[in-house]
Write a protein that binds this ligand. Sequence first.
Ligand code: BJ8
Length: 423
Amino acid sequence: MVDYRSMWTDLDLDLEKHDMLLQVLPSMYESTFLGQENRPEAMEYFDFVVGEIHGLRLKELMDHKASGGKVIGLYCVFVPEDLIMAAGAIPVGLCAGTQFSVPDAEEVLPRNTCALIKSSFGFKLGRTCPYVQASDLLIGETTCDGKKKMYEILAQYHPTYVMEVPQKKTPLGRELFLEELRGLKAKLEAESGVAITAERLAEATAVVEAKRRALQRLHDIRRARPVPISGLDALLVTQVSFYDDSVRFAEKVNALCEELEGRTARGEGAAPADASRILVSGSPMAIPNWKLHRILEDSGALVVGEESCTGTRYFSYLVAESDGSLDAQLGAIADRQLDTHCACFTPNDERIEDILTLARDWAVDGVVHYNLQFCHTFANEAVKVEKALAEENIPFLRIESDYSDEDMGQLKTRVDAFLEMIR
Ligand code: BJ8
């Protein structure tokens, strides 16, 4: 086994705490994923990438830095990866999904803050995430209030740049966002010393969109009955997309899709054809947040889709054709990003439409709305989601949770009762 300790030391990780994190993750992964029956063979790659999350992939980033490139950390799908890549930098999604770093964050942030914000901030404060440590710059965004105020504090610990995201998708909002993209471009050029040209940006967009297309293909495969892949595995694939090499990742997802298409042709499923089909909607599930999917699938249901930023909100949108000039490409990227129907927008009726479309087209038996505790945007929007689903007679369950294991029993009881009702 390769020893990465000197790399971690160079990154100024708190090695003692980091060791504790590395002790927790493998057993958690093993019990969640490796016990699933009849997993697709192509999932081996994703098992490997997760196994090397603090090893080989990090080494690739460090090699990139050693050859003069930059690593840029981000926390939201609103920050366009292609713009970062066009500056010769590697983007890494940093949204954190573990309770491990929450106590560190609570030494500074109020406890009644969303777990996703606390987890990401705690990783910096505790120096336990090598990706944050490796990032030359962190890019935040003005989505929810909790995040934008956290970034102000984060900036005291790590170079941080915040881009503004409008609250309304009006022509004025688009203008503002486009101007923000121009500002981000200038910041990335200054950071990397690389001029972002129309050619470089077009190339980077093609890479990002090949990755999105591969994820769309996987998402489409999940319409089949029986579904050839578990929701847990499909969620994992999307989570890995935020930090793996984009070109290699797209290849591996397409290889997985080929295997799954073969399974579907043979009528093979990850669960019996009559398993309850569930759409999960709401707050993103950053790696290693597998809690809800695990409860649902342990209870005999199958998750067939995620209306989430670790799901359709990440990969559904592509840029429209443009005249190829730099400004036209930036405009097309602005439009693509503004298609992301995050609950931070008002109004956000397109998200309700998306949920209804997914529920119909993926033939779901019920929708589980997942809300991170203290996330007010998704919690309030759930009221409208529930009403719209009720009008279509689609069963709905609202779950609010954090990253701790304390509510596992209670959640399981509620999920079991919901599945019983659906059946
Ligand atoms: S585009 S969903 S990734 S902001 S869960 S931190 S909203 S209090 S994560 Fe998000 Fe971008 Fe929107 Fe997607 Fe705040 Fe809510 Fe926490 Fe959230």
